[in-house]
Design a binder for this molecule. Structure first.
Ligand code: NAP
Ligand code: MG
Length: 399
């Protein structure tokens, strides 16, 4: 059988621990036998980030913008304990944060749905994708404890030194205060990424905030979304038969619970943080959640939503065969290859990614699963397989 050809390489970012092992297995078992895989390889494993003073992460981000499509393995974000474990030169920043900052992108997360795992919300038939604005608000907030008998004000100082002041509160007793911000540029990028992604996947886009209470701050988000939509996307949405609408966050939550799913839900930073945990738990497992970073220029980086699965890795190092779920990492690969196929007009490659995804879902639906899904799947007969055997079952189905 001749292998499927690619024209432009993918940016391939390798990672750490258990997911680094799974990465090799996915390539060896379900990709290499079928595709003449073309990638530019960047080793973002922690030892190489340390050896290159993290230059490799920056290079990978730059190349992603140039080539347009990347696939990334989960990576360790070092903390003090990792510093000792890996004898690091310093505490390198999170690669995801570095890449996101460079590409200025928005992260979209969606559950991988299979018919034998019922979401806790019974109306959800199709995956709901959450787009979280990953800049500012309370995550970039500054806070202070306030002593009694204090006046708290917001002070803006212009380039000429001119001050404008807004009274927050006159405290008679003690209290707390917080200042937070966002920028038009970041909100516009967020809106653009969401609208690009909605067109890409052909799904409606919802955006919600609390502009009834936050008449300036949240209202700015609402206005900028409306402006970007009208100026750049309204026609394309109409042609694609999809809609954009804004509603209050309370209303969005109520509607989401009653909806069949299948839409993109754009959330402000805090809402996205909270709602993506809600979505992941309601759909079963973090191991069944995909993640894609979409830059306003259209560059994309696909990855799994989970981490490096350290606990399984330590068992793997002791020689145990682990049953770690490779689905989210596998779908990161198919997502990236599908995007490459679309950009380079490679119908054979596109069809292959569809078949591979279908084979993976069908394998689970046939009762061959990894350990994390054992108690989630509603099937009479369940066969818990090691990661490797699970991937071999997919490959067998595919062949
Ligand atoms: P994690 O790797 O997501 O794993 C937490 C637990 O969730 C695992 O111990 C496992 O539970 C379960 N789990 C996650 N993915 C699974 C999978 N594919 N199959 C089966 N079970 C899975 O989170 P963590 O342990 O908090 O973080 C480990 C490392 O990952 C950290 O160094 C962190 O910095 C990094 N991290 C990276 C990313 C990223 O690169 N995007 C994201 C998050 C965390 P059981 O042990 O109960 O089976
Ligand atoms: Mg959270």
């Amino acid at each position: 059988m001749s292998k499927i050809k690619m024209t432009t390489p993918l940016v391939e970012m390798d990672g750490d621990e258990m997911t680094r092992i799974i990465w090799q297995q996915i390539k060896a078992i379900v990709l290499d036998p079928f595709i003449d895989l073309k990638t530019e390889y960047f080793d973002l494993g922690l030892p190489n980030r340390d050896a290159t003073d993290d230059q490799v992460t920056k290079d990978a981000a730059i190349r992603t913008r140039e080539l347009g499509v990347a696939v990334k393995c989960a990576t360790i974000t070092p903390n003090a304990q990792r510093m000792d474990e890996y004898k690091l030169k310093k505490l390198w920043p999170s690669p995801n944060a570095t890449i996101r900052a460079y590409l200025d992108g928005t992260v979209f997360r969606a559950p991988i749905m299979v018919s034998c795992i019922k979401p806790l919300v019974s109306s959800w038939e199709k995956p709901i994708t959450i787009a979280r604005h990953a800049y500012g608000d309370i995550y970039g907030g500054r806070e202070q404890l306030v002593p009694a008998d204090t006046r708290a004000e917001l002070v803006l100082t212009g380039p000429d030194g001119q001050e404008s002041r807004t009274l927050l509160h006159t405290f008679s007793g003690a209290g707390v205060v917080m200042g937070m911000h966002n920028t038009d540029a970041s909100i516009i990028s967020f809106a653009r990424s969401c609208m690009k992604h909605a067109l890409d996947v052909g799904q409606d886009l919802w955006f919600a905030a609390k502009d009834t209470i936050s008449k300036t701050y949240d209202h700015r988000f609402k206005d900028l979304f409306a402006e970007v939509f009208a100026a750049e996307f309204a026609d394309a949405f109409q042609q694609a038969g999809i809609t954009y609408f804004y509603t209050l966050i309370d209303d969005a939550v109520a509607r989401v619970m009653r909806s069949p799913g299948g839409m993109i839900w754009a959330c402000k930073n805090y809402d996205g943080d909270v709602m993506s945990d809600m979505l992941a738990s309601a759909c079963g497992s973090l191991a069944m959640m995909t993640s894609v970073l979409v830059a306003p220029d259209g560059s994309v980086e696909y990855e799994a939503a989970h981490g490096t699965v350290t606990r399984h890795y330590y068992r793997h190092l002791k020689g145990e065969k682990t049953s770690t779920n490779p689905m989210a990492t596998l779908l990161a690969w198919t997502g990236a290859l599908k995007k490459r196929a679309e950009l380079d007009q490679l119908p054979e490659l596109a069809a292959f990614t569809d078949r591979l995804e279908a084979a993976a879902l069908a394998t689970i639906e046939a009762g061959v699963v990894t350990g994390d899904l054992k108690n989630l799947v509603q099937l009479d007969k369940v066969n818990v397989a090691s990661t490797e055997d699970f991937l071999r079952a997919i490959a067998a189905r595919l062949a």
